[in-house]
Design a protein. Structure first.
Length: 183
């Protein structure tokens, strides 16, 4: 099998959450500058990995190959509802096996959520793009990584060997920024 480059994309609230307590990404986190950045990043990937509650609702979304994490399968299988997707239970098969079922054996893999997906690749990310919406708070929400709020997202990324490289403003009207964390 070929080699993979892993990237993560997440936008979080000031308290490190990516969704409300009912697992919904609120409109306050759907910031235009970040959405544009996210879509451009996904256009450059070969495969997307996410849970059933995470998705990217964009015009080109149906064209992208993806893997859905699920407990409903043991071996990786093609998704009967999406010809560009595979279903994977990481408790029973490797990522590489699931990627092969999705038709990808090398290239850039984007992890886009939720918490368990982001956690799973912490030691494999080459780059993690952490966008922040500093004026949004989601108390009791769904954290980007396990261990939040006891630790910050920045602290968790650093503990896994990533270092902040470039930080830039994505949307000045919302004070939204993205920090590129590199291994």
């Amino acid at each position: 099998m070929g080699s993979f480059r892993f990237v993560g994309y997440a936008i979080v609230s000031a308290d490190g959450m990516l969704a409300t307590a009912d697992r919904v990404m609120p409109p306050s986190l759907k910031i235009p500058g970040d959405q544009k950045f996210f879509e451009a990043g996904l256009d450059a990937t070969d495969l997307i990995v996410h849970g059933r509650n995470s998705y990217e609702d964009q015009p080109r979304s149906p064209l992208r190959k993806r893997i859905f994490l699920t407990h409903s399968v043991t071996a990786p299988v093609p998704d009967p509802d999406n010809p560009k997707a595979a279903l994977w239970n990481p408790g029973y098969a490797s990522f590489e096996q699931a990627a092969a079922v999705a038709g990808v054996t090398a290239g850039t893999v984007a992890a886009i959520g939720g918490t368990s997906v982001f956690d799973m690749f912490l030691d494999r990310y080459d780059t993690f793009f952490l966008s922040q919406a500093p004026h949004v708070r989601l108390p009791g929400g769904v954290p980007v990584f396990s261990g939040i709020p006891e630790r910050s997202a920045d602290g968790i990324l650093a503990a896994h060997g990533l270092k902040p490289a470039i930080r830039r403003v994505l949307d000045a009207a919302h004070d939204a920024t993205v920090t590129e964390w590199k291994r």
